[in-house]
Design a protein around this ligand. Structure first.
Ligand SMILES: [Zn+2]
Length: 163
């Protein structure tokens, strides 16, 4: 709850501890994949991750990335973002303390994550009324920017494409 500053070193240590706790080896490939994943400020796909992990360690294979992703999500350091496409997006849980709502622009395929702490409260409140305990919840808003006047958010969002 305290530090919102990303400490990549701590995150890497947490990941190593997680691997150890699962009886998995800490390999340079797994660490390269983790570093690449944590280096993203935004969402990424498995293919994005493969590309950037290979820039760190060119021995990383596609199979290694696909096997590492479930481990990363289990560790809670990376979360899966399912926006109902046939492939998944992932994002580093850098400020996992605040509930994130996703706003997905169908016109330009951008995914925004917006702090929505009230949603967490709301989910808890409705579950409490039923005497239940919240396990997970999500809020996804699908939106358009081209039908209205130019969206500031979509238009000014920094592109992570480097090619
Ligand atoms: Zn848009």
């Amino acid at each position: 709850m305290q530090s919102q500053q990303t400490d990549v070193y701590d995150a890497t240590e947490t990941f190593k501890e997680f691997l150890n706790s699962k009886g998995l080896r800490v390999t340079t490939q797994r660490l390269a994949i983790f570093d690449a994943a944590y280096g993203y400020a935004d969402h990424f796909t498995a293919e994005d991750l493969l590309e950037s992990a290979r820039q760190i360690d060119d021995s990383v294979s596609r199979a290694t990335v696909y096997r590492a992703l479930p481990i990363l999500t289990q560790s809670s350091l990376i979360r899966e973002v399912d926006v109902g496409r046939d492939y998944k997006f992932y994002a580093a849980n850098k400020n996992a303390t605040t509930f994130q709502a996703q706003v997905i622009c169908v016109d330009c395929d951008k995914i925004f994550e917006i702090d929505a702490p009230f949603m967490e409260w709301y989910g808890k409140t409705v579950a409490d009324k039923l005497g239940l305990e919240v396990v997970t919840q999500r809020l996804q808003v699908t939106a358009r920017c081209q039908s209205e006047s130019k969206s500031i958010a979509c238009g000014s969002a920094p592109s992570s494409d480097s090619d």
